[in-house]
Design a protein around this ligand. Sequence first.
Ligand SMILES: NC(=O)c1ccc[n+]([C@@H]2O[C@H](COP(=O)([O-])OP(=O)(O)OC[C@H]3O[C@@H](n4cnc5c(N)ncnc54)[C@H](OP(=O)(O)O)[C@@H]3O)[C@@H](O)[C@H]2O)c1
Length: 337
Amino acid sequence: MTLPHTMQAVAITNPGAPEVLMSQAWPMPVCGPADVLIRVAAAGVNGPDLAQRRGHYDPPPGASPLPGLEVSGEIAAIGPDVDGWQIGDRVMALVNGGGYADFVAVPTGQVLPVPTGWTLTEAAGLPETWFTITQTLVLRAGLEPGMSVLVHGGAGGIGGAAIQIATILGARAIAVVSSPAKAAYATGLGAIATIDYTSEDVAARTIDLTGGAGVDRVLDIIGGAMTQANIEASARGGHIVQVSTLDGADAQISLRTIMAKQLTLSGSTLRPQTAATKASIASHIRTHLLPALAAPDFTKPAITSFPIDDAPGAHRAMEARTHLGKLVLVTPFGATQ
Ligand SMILES: NC(=O)c1ccc[n+]([C@@H]2O[C@H](COP(=O)([O-])OP(=O)(O)OC[C@H]3O[C@@H](n4cnc5c(N)ncnc54)[C@H](OP(=O)(O)O)[C@@H]3O)[C@@H](O)[C@H]2O)c1
């Protein structure tokens, strides 16, 4: 295709409520020597997009000021240093910003093929959460077959990815949720048990479900008072992975219990990682996880899609906390696919 000189993109016109997201004409992104330019079919919506929209999360230096950290689409241009991709390839990618747009340029190491049997809309919701869980729970915390893992936010994007990746790797996920519908969804993704934090004691139930041992790993997005529950729920030698603090960044915890159980508490954010780190995570996903995603009996995460011009509606939906799985914005090109 002949590339246009401008494109439509959803910009943050001012920090604030979802209505500050507006579709505007925007310059085309520059495809660097080691980049591919993707014609975006769909862009996933993630918590960091909401934080950026509110003015609480500036893009890192050099990143697009447009929101959007993951996309699917077709390759529209290829930098001269790039091998292995062709114009028209159907891909999904972790991007450094700028996903809410008709086109986005992305370092080639962050690009993956769309799994066989997946639509572009379905694939748009994979990269951000699967890169995050691979980097933290798998590569850093060493999740292994046979381990047990407590997964908070089990019906959301990150929690769903943690359940599915744990299940693929032969670990046993216990999902923490807030309703029977969310429990059913997490079970459908592979969770072996669920805990409803609105009516059950998370630590006590976890100890019970693991025969008194506690869990080997915890994937937490809650923080605040849940941090001490995670410590109490952990087995000796356990590892708690912190990737968000939705209920508070400060916590009162028992350091003595951490010492006595020989626990590790680690934290990470994906976006500031180097291109080399992101490429090595992508390589791990391609080798160890993509084949499972392409299996005919794989349960795809639930997707709720919005036209990209209704990005405010998608942000309101995430803030309402009623969705299952992922929220995705579909471009006019994506609507034709
Ligand atoms: N560190 C990283 O690299 C990284 C990468 C990606 C995302 N994140 C962060 O991870 C968090 C989760 O992302 P996500 O995509 O999974 O979001 P999501 O799809 O909105 O899911 C969040 C889940 O957590 C539950 N939850 C429990 N307490 C909550 C609270 N106080 N506020 C909001 N939700 C709560 C929600 O269900 P109920 O309310 O029904 O329990 C929901 O199912 C976000 O803060 C995001 O920014 C971090």
